[in-house]
Ligand binder design. Structure first.
Ligand code: SAM
Ligand code: DTB
Ligand code: SF4
Length: 337
């Protein structure tokens, strides 16, 4: 596994002829995964709107005039109802999102309780609650949290133009705290905010230089929401998005790369190219956090058309078996070679 990717090298990958890039991505994908399996995560916004941060893409920031009302933290019973429904529809992971700069006080304790109950339902639990210090990360780990989502969003340069209330360094510190408590890291970014290819390459370099790589890498296509400063950004060429997925797959070959926000406006053909480029995870269920997503039923029919199966939740023992099998096959190859 490589952790020394340079921005120049990654920019060169972006510049490959499309077919060559897709071929490399497929090779990386098939060496590490069953290419016909896709992992399903369902999102729920447990605390919507009224966020003090100024992320220019986000409908939940209190600084912009979007159609969104600020809500209180959801009641645990409602959250569990949504988690059960997600499980019944076939999601393996339930991800709870809060429009906070960081979790605090009683609300944080209530979220810890929600995480314990999701774990009792035998689902993988993920949360995205903003910045964390080491103590908060430990509490989340102790409650049973499997994944923490915290995105870098872009490269350090472009980032400065989209968020002023939280530094890039602070994001990296949160990710360190998550990692040091032994949780899996879910970290990616957004494409289509008006950034240059060089910025995209810089973002992927930040992710691909982490050792270990984030286990889950969400690549979001900007959802343009009326009232946010990014409502009228120019449309991204679909191929630029597909290339970003392929480059993430090549540089982080054993991570799950998620075709994340933005699927609602993508054709089935476009999404299929994203899977061919190495995406092997999606957000599943009719809502992301505050904006729409494809209907679960529609996704199931789409998967049936492509012969894609939902990935089963990895139990600790099945993960060990997969790892052992990989070591064995590498040893065999080394022997033959
Ligand atoms: N408040 C927490 C934080 O920012 O870390 C957690 C929730 S926040 C909504 C999670 C992520 O959603 C952001 O980091 C961003 O990458 C993504 N996101 C938010 N608005 C988006 C949009 N309009 N289009 C695409 N992705 C978006
Ligand atoms: C991620 O990378 N994308 C998700 C999840 N992590 C939390 C959020 C997408 C949000 C899209 C806009 C909305 O629905 O509010
Ligand atoms: Fe708040 Fe997260 Fe939205 Fe930024 S992305 S405004 S931190 S909810």
């Amino acid at each position: 596994m490589r952790y020394d990717w340079t921005v120049d090298e990654i920019e060169k990958l972006f510049g490959l002829p499309f077919n060559d890039l897709m071929f490399q991505a497929q090779q990386a994908h098939r060496a590490n995964f069953d290419a016909n399996e896709v992992q399903l995560s369902t999102l729920l916004s447990i605390k919507t709107g009224g966020c003090p941060e100024d992320c220019k893409y986000c409908p939940q920031s209190s600084r912009y005039n979007t159609d969104l009302d600020s809500e209180l933290l959801m009641k645990k019973e409602e959250v569990m109802k949504a988690a059960r429904a997600a499980k019944e529809k076939g999601a393996s992971r339930f991800c709870m999102g809060a429009a906070w700069r960081e979790p605090k006080g009683r609300a944080f304790e209530l979220v810890l309780d929600m995480i314990r109950e999701v774990k009792d339902m035998d689902m993988e639990a993920c949360a995205t609650l903003g910045m964390l210090d080491a103590e908060q990360a430990k509490k989340l780990k102790d409650a049973g949290l499997d994944y923490y989502n915290h995105n870098l969003d872009s490269d350090p340069e472009f980032y400065k133009t989209i968020i002023s209330t939280r530094t890039y360094e602070e994001r990296l510190d949160t990710l360190k705290n998550v990692r040091s408590q032994g949780m899996s890291v879910c970290c990616g970014g957004i494409v289509g905010m008006g950034e240059a290819i060089r910025n995209r390459a810089g973002m992927i370099a930040q992710l691909a230089r982490m050792e270990p790589h984030p286990e889950s890498v969400p690549i979001n296509m900007l959802v343009k929401v009326e009232g946010t400063p990014m409502a009228d950004v120019e449309d991204l060429d679909n191929f630029d998005f597909i290339r970003t997925i392929a480059v993430a797959r090549i540089t982080m070959p054993s991570s799950h790369v998620r075709l994340s926000a933005g699927r609602e406006v993508m054709s089935e053909e476009m999404q299929s190219l994203c899977f061919l480029a190495g995406a092997n995870s999606i957000f599943y269920g009719e809502k992301l956090l505050t904006t729409g997503n494809n209907e679960a039923e529609q996704d199931r029919a789409f998967f049936a058309k492509l012969g894609i199966r939902p990935e089963e939740k990895a139990t600790p023992s099945s993960r060990r078996m997969v790892d052992a099998a990989k070591v064995e096959s590498v040893q065999e190859t080394a022997h033959v070679g």
